[in-house]
Structures are given as structure tokens and as C-alpha cells.
Write a protein that binds this ligand. Structure first.
Ligand SMILES: [Zn+2]
Length: 141
């Protein structure tokens, strides 16, 4: 079994209309053998598992072998500018999913993708993903 040190929260940095099928196609086009995330959450709160947790997904370069990656669909506005546009259903589903993962991996850190560079100092972020402070928001999960 893999040793899971981190649970990363992502946005797909796509339109909220992006489908799971469309996402999988994008990963294929990138030439990735495995998807970018283990779980993805649609605006209506539907959680889809893209990859078994035993396998390594392509979420955060350099950290994937010890990570679980989850994403909500969205994260940019109509002009492509980063935006936390999680729906209420996505917020609820994210908490539920993270609670389940927390039980499975009690010692893993739950954090946003960008928190790998800094939790608070936005000048250090190389990406805005997931466009909210996941470390703070989920610190009690
Ligand atoms: Zn990300």
C-alpha cells in the first residue's frame, strides 16, 4: 500500500461545464497514463472516482507518489481568471469526501495545490489552484 502524506485539493481550472469525460480526454491528450486526480466533484455535487487510490495520479509534480488528489470542476471565470466558484453542492461534497479520506489516512495533511509553495504568501504561488485557502478551511477535518 502507498504511504499517503498529503491530500491535495484542486480545481480543474476549466469551465464549470467541463464533463468528466472531457477531463479524461484532456489527460489523455497530455500523454498521461493516469488521470490528474483520484476524485472529481461536479457542480451538482456528484463525486466521480477517476482512479483507484492505490495508483499514483498526476496532481502535484514531485509529490504524487505519496498523495491523493481531489478536484472540483471549475476554478476560473469566463475570461480564464482564477476564481473560487465552488457551488454549495461542491462545498458539501468536498467536506464529505475529505472526511472519508481523513478516516482512511489519519496522518495525511489536507492542503490546496498552491499551499505546496506557501499557504498565505501569494507571491510564492506558481498556480492559484484551488483558488481558496484549503489548509485553513479544512484544518479541523
Ligand atoms: Zn491543482
Amino acid at each position: 500500500m502507498r504511504k499517503i502524506k498529503r491530500i491535495f485539493v484542486h480545481c480543474t481550472a476549466s469551465s464549470q461545464k467541463m464533463t468528466v469525460k472531457g477531463l479524461l480526454q484532456e489527460f489523455k491528450l497530455k500523454g498521461w497514463q493516469h488521470p490528474g486526480y483520484h476524485y472529481v466533484i461536479a457542480p451538482d455535487g456528484t463525486v466521480t472516482q477517476l482512479l483507484s487510490e492505490e495508483y499514483v495520479s498526476n496532481g502535484v509534480q514531485g509529490y504524487n507518489s505519496t498523495s491523493i488528489n481531489v478536484a472540483y470542476i471549475g476554478g476560473i471565470d469566463a475570461r480564464g481568471i482564477p476564481l473560487d466558484n465552488r457551488t454549495d453542492a461542491q462545498r458539501i461534497a468536498l467536506v464529505k469526501l475529505l472526511r472519508t479520506l481523513r478516516r482512511r489516512y489519519p496522518h495525511a495533511h489536507i492542503m490546496g495545490h498552491r499551499d505546496i509553495w506557501s499557504v498565505d504568501d501569494c507571491t510564492k504561488w506558481r498556480k492559484s489552484c484551488p483558488c481558496f485557502n484549503a489548509t485553513r478551511e479544512y484544518e479541523n477535518i
